[in-house]
Structure formats: C-alpha cells, structure tokens
Design a protein around this ligand. Sequence first.
Ligand SMILES: [Zn+2]
Length: 66
Amino acid sequence: MAMPAAGPDDVRERCADCGEETHHRVRVEIRTESEDPENAAFSREPYRVAVCTRCGHETATRMNNA
Ligand SMILES: [Zn+2]
C-alpha cells in the first residue's frame, strides 16, 4: 500500500480548555443546520471538527464561510 506519509488528521492546535497547544484529531463532518426535514437536504454544511486528545474538547468550524 502506497499511502501518503502525511497524517493530516493529527494536528497541533491551541485548545481553549487546556490553554495551550495540544494534539487534535481532525475530521470533516457534514452537519445539517436546518431542523426542518424539507430543507435539510439543502442546508448540509461541511464542518471541520477538531477534538483535543488531552481533554476531549471539540471545536467545530464551518468550512464554507465564503
Ligand atoms: Zn484540551
């Protein structure tokens, strides 16, 4: 298997709870913003979710802020 060596799902970021840089596991999640099922299909947004591996604090950032 020829996989890229880079591991983009493990990054160092500042954690608000820890108050310092810690390792975070990063994933992309599609979240539905609307609670109305009629509109749900049109309001699914990709979020970048970073979870602190030390305290478990989760930070979700909307990706398409354009
Ligand atoms: Zn933390």
